[in-house]
Ligand binder design. Structure first.
Ligand code: CA
Ligand code: CA
Length: 158
């Protein structure tokens, strides 16, 4: 036999959990469904590997830009995400030297990045065809790669 007091308590508890869950989902999704937040930024991680241009277009369609890592904190977080998610190889970075060989600039504003973490010996423009930058999870650093390579990507809203 359930007393009306117990029923009231149960109703309150269900209500409380409901409100809490709603609040949680709003907090988690302030970046939008499918997005993850870190510090004040929002990130979207692709579930498939595509070439550099397709990654750029995909981020643009989502009202965002291809990832640009701006400090080591952000880089460590990206690295962790890549290890937790499907992007084990790495992700594209919004940097290219396609306009002027040897000058890696942000595709968004053509500026030289203030933070870089090239792997030793990179960017090496191997075979003269590497013009797009990527974060390489296995080496925990950046590499220039042919833009036609298919790898995962991350978009950011900053
Ligand atoms: Ca190059
Ligand atoms: Ca390279």
């Amino acid at each position: 036999m359930v007393s009306s007091q117990t029923l009231k308590m149960k109703t309150l508890l269900v209500l409380f959990i409901g409100v809490f869950a709603m609040h949680e989902s709003v907090t988690a999704h302030h970046c939008g469904i499918g997005w993850t937040s870190f510090e004040k930024n929002c990130y979207y991680f692709s579930t498939s590997a595509v070439n550099f241009k397709d990654a750029m277009v995909a981020c643009d369609k989502l009202g965002s830009s291809l990832l640009l890592i701006e400090n080591s904190r952000e880089e460590k977080w990206i690295d962790l995400q890549c290890r937790l998610r499907e992007c084990l190889h790495g992700v594209w970075l919004g940097l290219s030297d396609v306009q002027r060989e040897g000058y890696m600039v942000a595709i968004s504003d053509r500026r030289t990045p203030s933070y870089v973490n090239w792997i030793k010996g990179e960017p090496n423009n191997r075979a003269g065809i590497e013009h797009c930058a990527m974060y390489w999870t296995a080496h925990r650093g950046w590499n220039d790669s042919p833009c036609s390579t298919k790898i995962n990507f991350a978009c950011t809203k900053k």
